[in-house]
Design a protein around this ligand. Structure first.
Ligand code: UT7
Length: 329
């Protein structure tokens, strides 16, 4: 029996039309384009507008594009995993909603909450279903409507986040392409630095929680920054060492797009050449779980079969990890 690896065989993506510029933000809070670009590298982010539209709206677009590009029919999909922290509702899962809207009827489907590391967690779960032969066509559709959790009176967080979704198809590969290695970690200590206080079972919604603005993202940016650099660097080092990878034999490095300075710090620590580091944060901001697959979507045309790609993520939890994949098409 040839060894089965779990390979990405297509990418779809969707970012909403509305562009929220730094200039518009500077009319909402006390900030400037210069501060935002200098401290984060973000020039603009996209926002999903429209009454009653949730994350599934974008996930559906990404999945439909993916199915069209790969020629796969909804009936063939046998597992759908949706990493998100901004699902349409607390329950049911957004994965189930997306399946219903797309017409995927032969899959089981669930959401995972791993913050900005959600895509890597989702791909790893998919890898295990594929490598054991239990599933043949898995979609990981990662999306966020971060604007729903963003406090547009808080200048420390509102410039950072954007909305978007991206979906990948993961299939068995018999030539060795796909995910080669992965390391994942979590540490709940991080919940004090990045969280949404109210809305869950500990602090259910009430007039008071709304009045106190406790349904928005709360972040201690400096602490998250330090943990992001340290942990993404450590996870990436593990992956490089375990697979005898150096800056010479990596084709591309994709980091979670949280802050250009974080990406630069990790790149410097790893000794990677600048042109190998893929970046789209300037136009989409931090899209949390969607950030890595949106980068894959943006740069898909550049990849060649066999390219070595290293991915690193860090997010709420804390959660973090890194993976080594080879491109399959
Ligand atoms: O995706 C999940 C993981 N999240 C992240 O990885 C985010 C990690 N953290 C960060 O990216 C950065 O810490 C931030 C972008 C959030 C903040 O950048 P910073 O360089 O760490 O700024 P700071 O928080 O140290 O603030 C420096 C100054 C402060 O003023 P004082 O106290 O020095 O007078 C802030 O009040 O900048 C001020 N400031 C702003 N000024 C203008 C904070 N936000 C703004 C703003 N415009 N938007």
């Amino acid at each position: 029996m040839p060894k089965i690896t779990a390979a990405i065989t297509g990418v779809g993506g969707y970012i909403p039309d509305y562009v929220l510029t730094n200039e518009e933000l500077s009319r909402m809070v006390d900030t400037t384009d210069e501060w935002i670009v200098g401290h984060t590298g973000i020039h603009e982010r996209h926002i999903l507008k429209g009454e009653g539209l949730g994350m599934s709206e974008m996930g559906v677009q990404a999945v439909k594009q993916l199915l069209e590009k790969t020629g796969v029919s909804p009936d063939e999909v046998d597992l759908v995993i949706c990493p998100t922290v901004t699902g349409d509702m607390i329950f049911p899962s957004t994965a189930c909603i997306i399946c219903d809207k797309v017409g995927i009827k032969n899959a089981f489907a669930f959401d995972i909450n791993a913050g900005c590391s959600g895509f890597l967690y989702g791909y790893t779960i998919a890898k295990n279903f594929i490598e054991t032969g239990m599933r043949k066509k898995v979609i990981v559709v990662a999306g966020e409507k971060m604007s729903a959790l963003t406090d547009y009176t808080d200048r420390k967080t509102c410039p950072l986040f954007g909305d978007g979704a991206a979906a990948v198809l993961i299939e068995p590969n018999y030539d060795g392409f796909g995910m080669q290695d992965v390391t994942l970690h979590s540490d709940g200590m991080g919940r004090q630095f990045l969280y949404q206080k109210a809305g869950g079972s500990a602090y259910p919604p009430s007039e008071e929680t709304v009045r106190n603005r406790e349904h928005f993202i709360i972040q201690d940016g400096n602490s998250v920054y330090k943990h992001a650099v340290t942990n993404m660097s450590a996870a990436t080092t593990t992956i490089l060492n375990r697979n005898s990878l150096t800056s010479d034999n990596i084709d591309y490095f994709i980091s979670h797009q949280a802050n250009l300075r974080i990406i630069d710090s990790v790149r410097n620590r790893m000794g990677l050449e600048e042109e190998k580091v893929l970046i789209n944060i300037h136009r989409v901001g931090n899209t949390s779980a969607a950030s890595v697959p949106l980068c894959l979507w943006d740069f898909e045309k550049r990849f060649k079969k066999g390219d070595s790609i290293v991915i690193a993520t860090f997010g709420a939890g804390f959660t973090w990890g890194a993976a080594y994949i080879t491109w399959a098409y």
